[in-house]
Design a protein around this ligand. Sequence first.
Ligand code: XIL
Length: 341
Amino acid sequence: MAPTETVAAVVCQPGSPDSCSLRDWADHRGLLVGTAVQPGLLGDEPRYAQTVAMEFNSITPENAFKWPATEPEAGVYTWDGADSVAQTATENGQGIRGHTLVWPNTFSSGLYEILPAYVLDAPDGETMQRYIDEHIAAVVGRYADVTDRWDVVNEVISTDGSGLDPNVLTETLGEEWIVRAFTLTREFDPDADLYINDYGTANPGPKHDAMVALVDRLLEAGAPVDGVGIQGHFVVGQPDAAGLASVMADWEARGMKVALTEVDVVNNDGPEAQAGNYADLIATCLASPACVELTTWGVDDAHTWVTAVFGEQSGPLLFDESYEPKPAYDALIGVLAEADG
Ligand code: XIL
């Protein structure tokens, strides 16, 4: 799709952070600053919808593009949520990060549904591969015009970095299903950047090494991989900024783009420490020629998966429960304004 357009021409004043919104600063710096969104809240909560429109130049459907949401039964498509995210992005002039086409993970599937049962229980490899192919064709075919990046595959490396996650797709089809997923997505959306996305890869270590090795193999096999998504579900103090810079340098050396795709920072040390963390993240991204995006995993502290999945935690996002910007928001703008020039 076309590059993100600014709705109105706003002139941000370098050195004067308050002169424009986070979205305008992001446009000004040529960076994607996004948020994960939920269609229900976009429809029901005016302050939520307004904050999404004003403060971000990219949106990621938090769940609405996922397999269980779009194709709960084989060949039965439920597009309502995904369509409404697509419509919001179009109305707001925002790019979409298409999250995610295929997400098979033994760890996460213990926490919440990530693949419908019919995929996991496919009677044989041929049927399983057909399900994957048809799913990609349907979702990418429908949203190619509004989506400029895809998380083609999500969380395919094991948590300890020992290799590929031993999920049923990989156990049944080998690594080849991943190559094929990229190739097919490119076929249906030739203009989009295609990403592999994972957690636990923001700093050097076994999991980052496993991701590098996998991307090298995928490229060698001819898979059209354009970028690597570093999810970034952090607690205050993570990740080490120098470590993140070195990870980004590894990707830059391979010609890969990097996106910080699912940033939240559980705030155990107070809002100022959290703000410092966010500042480090965006500064590291701006300093890396490979880094194109920082997306937060939600808008406000009243609606975060952290609370929903892990129980009450200190608010991890940029806006508080009343949609008021937090020090973390000011910190991002501060860095974007300062880095100008
Ligand atoms: C999470 C959503 O935020 C939750 O609402 C849902 O119940 C489970 O998925 N890694 C990912 C995201 O790639 O898609 C996950 O999103 C969070 C972890």
